[in-house]
Design a protein around this ligand. Structure first.
Ligand code: SAH
Length: 261
């Protein structure tokens, strides 16, 4: 049995944010804030909510309104996670995405492991449709709560509760670290922020076009695999600059070659 004194500790203020994308029911924003606050998490971020927080939000927050009031509102997920070292996307659809998949316990352990290197985002989708493919592409890994496959979708705030609980247990040092949670070796400089990686991916897509890498095939599948590879590598800013230098020279050579008669 766990020592009661450990369970009653406050969780230290962690740079782990809960990001709600396109929430449709304002009540769920309040319920999610309450779920977080009970587990010691204080950083709520909203992305393009369908309706602004209202009286339903306050009713469901039941005293966690401070989190809603302090929540920044962004237009896109990319903007909300631009400074993050790790972005984990929660999805009710198991194994439909070409991303590494974690369970909530592994996700909480990885989130804590990365929290020393920069902000971490746990991202939740819309009540009706979840996260779209472009939003999932912004994530380093997907998190699936192993629900009954015949009825797999939890209420948004219930999903936030499960993840927040696991983060608290991990923060209190409870629960053994599982092998899947072992984080990639930390980069020397600290991990590159997400916006830098997106800049690199945009240049990579451009360069692959210029060297006719796809040869008429659609670029999506190759880009997905390349993104997965580079995201797994845990690049630091210097490594991103190096790769972009390689791309810039490749692009310059391709342009010279195209000019030759
Ligand atoms: N019909 C939607 C369900 C959305 S539920 C879909 O197919 O995706 C709202 C959000 O709660 C989801 O986007 C996800 O972030 C979270 N969620 C619900 N059930 C989940 C589960 N089993 N595992 C992980 N996240 C879940």
């Amino acid at each position: 049995m766990t020592d009661a004194a450990i369970l009653e500790q406050s969780t230290p203020d962690l740079p782990i944010r809960i990001v709600l994308v396109g929430t449709q029911h304002p009540g769920n924003i309040g319920a999610a804030a309450r779920a977080m606050k009970t587990m010691g998490l204080g950083r709520l971020v909203l992305v393009a909510p369908e309706k602004a927080p209202n009286l339903d939000t306050a009713a469901m927050a039941a005293g966690a309104d401070d989190l809603v009031e302090a929540a920044p509102v962004h237009a896109t997920l990319a903007e909300a996670v631009a400074d993050c070292a790790l972005v984990l996307g929660c999805t009710a659809r198991s194994r439909r995405v070409q991303l590494e998949q974690l369970d909530p316990r592994e996700a909480a352990q990885r989130a804590l492991a990365f929290a020393g290197q920069g902000p971490v985002a746990l991202v939740f989708g819309r009540e009706r449709t979840g996260l779209d493919n472009n939003e999932l592409q912004l994530c380093h890994a997907a998190v699936h709560i192993p629900s009954d496959p015949a009825f797999s979708s939890l209420n948004l705030a219930a999903a936030v509760q499960v993840l927040s609980y696991e983060v608290r247990m991990a923060a209190l040092g409870l629960g053994a670290a599982t092998p899947a949670a072992i984080a990639p070796a930390p980069a020397r400089e600290g991990l590159a922020p997400h916006a830098e990686l997106e800049g690199f991916f945009a240049q990579l897509a451009e360069a692959l076009d210029q060297i006719d890498f796809h040869k008429g095939r659609t670029p999506d599948s190759a880009m997905r695999k390349l993104r997965r590879l580079y995201l797994r590598a845990g690049l630091d800013s210097a490594e991103v600059r190096l790769l972009r230098g390689v791309l810039a020279d490749t692009q310059r050579m391709a342009m010279l070659a195209a000019r030759k008669p």
